[in-house]
Design a binder for this molecule. Sequence first.
Ligand SMILES: [Zn+2]
Length: 348
Amino acid sequence: MKAAVFYEHGDASVIQYREVELPEIRPDEVKIEVHYASLNRLDIFVRNGSPALKIPLPHISGSDFTGRVVEVGSKVKEVTLGAKVAVNAAKFCGKCQQCLRGEQSLCRNFSMVGEHSWGGLAEYAIVPARNLQVLPEEADCRKIAAGTLTTLTAWRMLSSLANVRPGNTVLIPGAGGGLSTAAIQIAKYLGAKVIVTTSKKEEVVKALGADYVINYIDNPNWSNEVWKYTKKKGVDVVFESVGEATWEQSLRSLAKGGVLVTAGATTGFKGKTNIGLVFWKQLRIMGSTMANRREFEEAIHLLLNGTVEPVIDSEFTLEETQEAEKRLEVPDRFGKVLIRVRGCQTTE
Ligand SMILES: [Zn+2]
C-alpha cells in the first residue's frame, strides 16, 4: 500500500510517500481502507520525536480517520466486513481496573493509534475492532474524520470533567485550531455563555457561537477583559489547550470554585501557577486525554446530528502529506487540515 511514512524523526521533509507493507491483522483487529484523515498536533509531536517517545521506525502517523472495514480478525464481533466506520485512536486493554469501570482513556496499558502503532496516513490501517464506531451509510466521512479526535476530547473535558451546565460561563483561550472550535460549539450546546480569545477570524469565532471575543494581540492582559465582562465574578470553566502562554491568565480568569481543564500545551509545558489563588478561590485543575468509549460514541453522534460542525482549514491528498503538515504549523491556520486518501466512496 501507499503511505505517508517517515524513516527518521525531523521536520516535515522527512515524510515520504511510498510503498510499504502492512503486517497481518491480529484476531481482535480489523483492516480499514482509509477514506479521509485529518491532522492533529500529535502528528507533529510524533514526527519530531522526543527522548520520552520511543517508537520503532519507520512510522506512519495519523490518529483521526474514517474508512471501511475490508478485513476482520477471527475473534472480531463488534463490526462486520464492509462497515463504514469512525475510529477512536485511544487504544485500551479492556481488562484493567480502569477499563472495567468504563474509564478506557485511563487504561494502564493505554496507547494511541498513529503514535504507538501505525495510523491512518496510508491507504490502509489496522486497528482493534473495539476502537470502532459503525457509521450510517449516508454519513459524511470527511466531516467525521475532521472532527472525531477534537470532538471526543472537548466533549469529555466540558461535559464529563468540567460538568458544564446551562448558565455557566466558559472561557476558551486561543481559539484557532480544531479543538477550540469544537469546544465553542459544545459549550454552547451545553447552555453556557462562551468567551473566546483569539488573534484571527473574530467573525468566524462569533458565527460558531462565541458570545464575547477578545483579541489577545490588542489586549495582551485579556484576563482583565474577562474580569470586566463577567462583572468581576470570573468564569466557571476554562478550557485550556494553549499552555504556557495563557496558563497564568487562564487561572486568574476563574471564579471562586472554578475549574480549569487542560488537554494540551502547544506553547510549552511550564505554566506559572499562583498557588495562593488555587486554595483561596478553591480552584480545581483537571487534566484530560482523549475519551472513554461512551464519550467517543456520544461525540460521533454530535457530529452526525450537526451539533458540532468541524471547521476545515484546507485539504490535501495523501501524496501531499508533507505540505499538509507544514500547513498545520502555519500561524494563520484556522481549523482542521484534511488528508483525502480514497475519499468518501464505496468499496468494490
Ligand atoms: Zn485497560
